[in-house]
Design a protein around this ligand. Structure first.
Ligand SMILES: Cc1cc2nc3c(=O)[nH]c(=O)nc-3n(C[C@H](O)[C@H](O)[C@H](O)COP(=O)(O)OP(=O)(O)OC[C@H]3O[C@@H](n4cnc5c(N)ncnc54)[C@H](O)[C@@H]3O)c2cc1C
Length: 432
């Protein structure tokens, strides 16, 4: 690996309110959850060819994420995202915690439990290039990224207090933390989640709507092995996904109408487990809840632009989608990888990494892809929730037709693996 020598490739303008307590850096990343850490590693990690100086700020201490499993979610990581984690030195640390999806089945039924005819199936013969995705609990990925960031000499952390004020140039951007500390840099990368205070402060608006649905998340243990099979059961109240984890365990993402979901969350554990068993079915034998239950409000939102003066939005700060295809974090990783290309390219040429032309390239690269994916997820959610009998018939006939067309299925698998289109270097597994 190339020696990580400090460097600054462009002149840093003087900040008017000079504060001797703070040093300038290349980039401030707001948010130390999944997308913030990925951005920090892509821009300033040990495996970057020319790491930039990155300071990561978060109102929470990110070490809590890895130890108390407050997130509760697991993510389906596409083949492209896996390559990116390899290039960042993360996958090697967590591969043993991941389960390859060997087989995916899709059903469409109003009946909970066992009576669900399979309408569409993606098996090993459709995934000749290897599994399209791996399932892994977020806490493992987060823990490995955090450890890698802590080992990276160009990444610093300033956590435990919120950013309270934002300044987006000209010249330098700055954030003021709750204790009055001012951090300045040519660029702010906001990975501060769906309510992104940085996006708000920059006046970037959102397009989209909330769903009358919640995503209930839990982990279960079952008697019989899943053999790497992922199951997506579409029901009128939303998809119920059973996603394979290592061992006889599965992660559940159960989308339900808000009112029902809130009622489920308020049930005593035994009663909740009973409801869950009804939907899970009996095909994997006895099922036991082995985690807490988490409820996430579901929505579709895309920011009108992914950048502003000296500001780039990544992850949920830029877009929130329905989790039915498990793509939200993967889209965030696409943002990070594209941003890393734009910034490292500009940095190598000695250009200002926070300039409008660099950030415009980033927005143009990412926004169209995101809007297209978000619209597809929204369409699928609506189509499968519709109980009109004619539409139901057409939908099922359509799924069965796709199931018979091997070529079309391979196209879907390639798309799901995230390995098609104009891929940034990290998603091709190359270092930046
Ligand atoms: C039910 C469900 C299942 C999902 N399953 C999948 C899946 O299988 N695959 C997939 O790819 N995606 C999935 N997703 C999407 C994925 O989980 C999210 O896209 C991802 O977790 C978002 O991460 P983030 O880092 O962008 O934001 P967040 O996790 O929201 O992190 C934001 C961070 O910013 C910090 N912050 C906020 N404000 C401030 C401030 N003022 N100052 C300092 N710090 C601040 C917060 O403390 C937090 O740490 C799923 C989503 C849901 C709801």
């Amino acid at each position: 690996m190339q020696a990580a020598t400090p460097h600054r490739l462009f002149p840093v303008p003087e900040w008017r309110e000079k504060d001797p307590m703070t040093q300038p850096q290349d980039i401030i990343v707001i948010g130390a959850a999944l997308n913030g850490l990925a951005a920090a590693l892509a821009l300033g990690g040990r495996h970057a060819k020319r790491p930039l100086d990155v300071t990561v700020v978060d109102l929470r201490d990110p070490r809590g994420f890895a130890t108390n499993n407050s997130d509760g979610r697991a993510s389906a990581i596409t083949a492209a995202a896996r390559r990116m984690f390899e290039a960042l030195g993360v996958w090697q640390q967590v591969a043993h915690e991941a389960e390859a999806m060997a087989d995916i089945i899709v059903t469409d039924s109003a009946t909970p439990g066992a009576a669900r005819p399979v309408l569409l199936q993606f098996g090993p013969e459709d995934m000749r290039g290897g599994p399209s995705s791996h399932m892994i609990e977020n806490r493992h990925l987060h823990g490995a990224m955090l450890a890698e960031a802590q080992r990276s000499p160009h990444i610093r952390f300033q956590v435990g207090q919120p950013v309270e004020r934002y300044h987006f140039g000209p010249g330098l951007a700055a954030v003021t933390l709750a204790d009055g500390t001012v951090l300045r840099a040519p660029l702010i990368v906001a990975a501060d989640g769906r309510n992104s205070p940085a996006r708000e402060a920059a006046g970037i608006r959102l397009v989209g709507w909330p769903y009358d649905q919640m995503g209930l998340v839990a982990t279960v243990e079952h008697e019989r092995p899943h053999h790497g099979r992922a199951e997506e059961h579409f029901t009128p109240s939303g998809p119920f996904a059973i996603l394979p984890l290592p061992g006889n365990r599965s992660s559940l993402v159960w989308s339900e109408r808000k009112e029902t979901a809130e009622r489920m969350l308020a049930l005593p554990p035994d009663a909740f487990e009973e409801e869950l068993r009804l939907r899970f079915g009996t095909h994997l034998g006895e099922v036991k809840l082995i985690s807490g239950r988490h409820g996430y409000p579901l929505s579709l939102f895309v920011a009108e632009t992914f950048s502003g003066p000296r500001l780039a939005l990544v992850g949920d700060a830029a877009h929130v989608l329905h989790p039915l295809a498990g793509l939200g974090f993967n889209l965030g990783l696409r943002d990070v990888a594209a941003l890393a290309d734009c910034i490292h390219d500009a940095s190598a040429l000695g250009l200002d990494i926070g300039s409008g032309s660099v950030l415009d390239r980033y927005t143009q690269w990412r926004r169209f892809d995101t809007v297209a994916t978000a619209a597809a997820m929204d369409g699928m959610n609506r189509l499968f929730a519709n109980t009109n009998p004619v539409l139901t018939l057409l939908r099922r006939a359509g799924l069965m037709a796709v199931n018979r067309l091997g070529g079309l299925k391979s196209v879907f698998v390639t798309e799901a693996a995230g390995i098609s289109g104009n891929l940034p270097r990290l998603l091709r597994g190359e270092r930046v």
